[in-house]
Design a protein around this ligand. Structure first.
Ligand code: BJW
Length: 274
């Protein structure tokens, strides 16, 4: 059995919700959004919640797989102790993911890439939905559920949506494991270096749909703020990062972010439900 947090669906926001979110956007944020040249976006599980991907820690609960808390099944120790169980957990989630689509939050973030002169998208998510929405050069801090990695020679292999997954490395014959960063493992050094450099060099930073509990990703907004960036959180709930943010937009990412369509191109129709 899998007990995960409930998830919503990728509906367009209602007019009433859009109006209430619009009121939250301060003049300062609007001006910075219009003048910013170097923008960093950090996303977490919440950005995919409206696509139907369960978060890890939503609603006071924590994800559990066959009685094991996800901190246990998604850990370096578990790969050593029971790699088939780890694969079972990731195969199950990949099966669910292949039918899911990006939501309006992913779509708006993808549009920002062509709007700002320098744009960096850093995600903790392993689901590939940013790329599916059209985002390019996404920095994946915690790896990807769509790749396997050899425990011996470290070669990486793409896992196709409907393809089969080999258990052994076609190159050296050693075991393959999911190419994701589990608890107690190091993040890919280059990915984190690039993310930290972008944080230290941005003038606007959005922190979207993350509880801000897991480090070192959760340290990026502080790096951005220390460098003079305006930091804006988008989350329906208050988080451990909220106090470090200059602006907090309270709401679901798929409802809040489409408001920025109108900010970046005045007169553009912001799609909403009647
Ligand atoms: C919405 C929404 C909607 C809902 N719209 N929002 C410093 C202090 C203490 C500990 C450490 C530290 N530095 C490092 C550590 C250890 C550890 C750590 O951080 N532990 C903490 C739990 C305390 N970090 C690590 O182990 C990292 N490695 C490391 O630091 O290496 C060096 C080292 C090595 C050895 C020892 C010590 C250091 C690796 C971390 C890897 C994390 N991996 C996971 C699992 C990936 C694989 C898998 O998927 O199974 O990554 S854990 C899990 O948490 C996953 C996520 O990427 C990550 C972050 O979660 P996220 O995205 O924030 O999701 P949630 O569920 O927590 O929050 C969702 C949010 O969305 C909520 O706020 C909702 O309100 C919101 N939301 N609907 C917008 N519609």
């Amino acid at each position: 059995m899998c007990c995960l947090t409930p998830f919503g669906c990728a509906l367009l926001p209602s007019k009433a919700i859009m109006q209430s979110v619009q009121k939250q956007i301060s003049d300062k944020l609007r001006e910075r959004f219009l003048s910013a040249t170097r923008v960093l976006v950090l996303t977490g599980a919440g950005v995919s919640a409206e696509s139907g991907v369960p978060t890890f820690r939503g609603g006071g609960n924590s994800a559990v797989w066959k009685g094991l808390p996800f901190e246990v099944i998604s850990s370096a120790q578990m790969v050593e102790r029971d790699l088939p169980a780890v694969w079972e957990w990731f195969d199950y989630r990949r099966d669910l993911l292949q039918a899911l689509q990006p939501n309006p939050a992913h779509t708006e973030i993808a549009a920002w890439q062509d709007h700002f002169p320098v744009f960096t998208l850093v995600t903790q998510n392993i689901d590939g939905l940013h790329q599916k929405a059209g985002s390019r050069d996404v920095i994946e801090l915690h790896g990807s559920i769509w790749r396997a990695r050899c425990v011996g020679c470290h070669a990486r292999y793409e896992i196709l949506s409907h393809g089969t997954r080999p258990d052994e490395c076609p190159g050296c014959g050693d075991s393959l494991r999911p190419d994701v960063v589990l608890f107690g493992e190091m993040l890919p050094a280059l990915a984190f270096e690039q993310a930290a450099a972008a944080a230290a060099n941005c003038d606007l930073c959005f922190v979207i749909g993350t509880s801000g509990i897991v480090y070192p990703a959760a340290g990026l907004p502080a790096i951005a703020r220390a460098s003079g960036a305006l930091v804006c959180e988008v989350n329906p709930e208050s988080t451990t990062l909220s106090d470090q943010c200059d602006e907090v937009l309270t709401g679901k990412a798929g409802e809040v972010l489409p408001i920025f369509t109108e900010v970046r191109s005045p007169g553009a129709e912001v799609r909403s439900q009647k």
